[in-house]
Design a protein around this ligand. Structure first.
Ligand SMILES: [Zn+2]
Length: 336
């Protein structure tokens, strides 16, 4: 007899799809709060893949891409299990903000994960999620975007472990920028990688691309990545595809050198190698004079740019990537 898989308040047998939640305690109306979860458990064994969306509440790409990916799944043919958490941080999603505006002491869930059982409100939500995930997860994809202030192109921050880097590469041909991040950091990818599992954070989109067709395109692109991951690990039928090589390095956050209105350079390409000193954008004052230029500090790539023009000195204007090496061997048995 198969044993039930218990996650949050649901118990899932092979071949079942169930919806439920990770309990969080009551709200002001005396209703039970929960993080909504959807579990597809295949009849045959395989990896347990978690798709975690909206750690930041101003990043709806996670939930929409998860909905699209799940529409392709059937627990009768799936091998392994998919645990979908469209919105980890419901309070912040409700507010449309990066963090829960009612919790100013532990605002950013992606810096304090796995939280604390007796901590501030967001720390408690993170802790409940971690308790549900940590024993029941082999692979974890945490989905982010530029949110309310920026646009981010395809970028993966992968824990620096072979299983995590393989998961990053399994996202498919559109994902050629893979930057290593450490284990032990305050985010789900880092924590799950610390247990020897695969953990990656993927970035794509931003509120400047959440209108009609554009939002569908972003979500389809992400969903295709998760489905490619499932093909790679033999969870669904079909042949996975891969990028021929991956560009690896580190990010430099370029901060506004002046206050004003930031405008990116016309036709500047994302994810494309640019020489040092390329003008990435300019900051205008309110008389129309250029008060500062933002230039590439090194040879490298833009993978994100501010999309909300008003800017204060010191705020993000560009997510700049320095490529240190190009590798072709993230998938075991390929490249070398
Ligand atoms: Zn985010």
């Amino acid at each position: 007899m198969a044993t039930p898989l218990n996650i949050g308040n649901i118990s899932v047998m092979p071949g079942e799809m169930k919806r439920g939640g990770i309990p969080l305690g009551g709200d002001m109306y005396s209703r039970e709060r929960q993080i909504p979860i959807i579990v597809y458990r295949g009849i045959e064994d395989g990896p347990i893949l978690w798709l975690n969306g909206a750690t930041h509440g101003d990043e709806p790409e996670g939930p929409f891409s998860i909905f699209k990916a799940l529409s392709h799944l059937d627990p009768k043919t799936l091998k392994g299990t998919v645990v979908a958490v469209p919105v980890m941080n419901v309070e912040s999603f409700t507010a449309g903000q990066r963090g829960d505006p009612l919790d100013t002491f532990s605002y950013d869930m992606n810096r304090l994960y796995p939280g604390k059982p007796e901590g501030y409100p967001t720390e408690r939500v993170a802790w409940a999620h971690w308790q549900a995930m940590k024993e029941n997860c082999d692979l974890q994809i945490n989905i982010h975007s530029g949110g309310e202030h920026s646009y981010l192109a395809h970028m993966i921050f992968s824990a620096d472990t072979p299983v995590s880097l393989e998961l990053a590469a399994a996202m498919g041909p559109n994902w050629t920028l893979v930057f290593r991040s450490g284990t032990g950091g305050g985010n789900p990818s880092s924590q799950i990688a610390g247990l020897g599992k695969g953990g990656v954070t993927v970035e794509l989109g931003g509120n400047c691309r959440t209108l009609t067709t554009d939002f569908h395109n972003i979500a389809d692109d992400l969903a295709e990545g998760y489905l490619n991951v499932m093909r790679h690990y033999g969870m669904i039928e079909g042949k996975a595809e891969y990028a021929p090589a991956w560009r690896m390095g580190y990010q430099i956050a370029l901060l506004a050198p002046a206050t004003g209105m930031f405008v990116g350079t016309k036709d500047i390409p994302f994810e494309t190698n640019l020489p040092k000193d390329t003008v990435l954008g300019k900051i205008y004052d309110l008389y129309g004079d250029v008060v500062a230029e933002v230039r590439a500090p090194r040879d490298g790539v833009i993978f994100g740019l501010r999309s909300r023009p008003s800017v204060l000195e010191g705020q993000w204007v560009c997510f700049f990537g320095v490529v240190e090496e190009t590798v072709d061997n993230l998938i075991p048995g390929r490249g070398g």
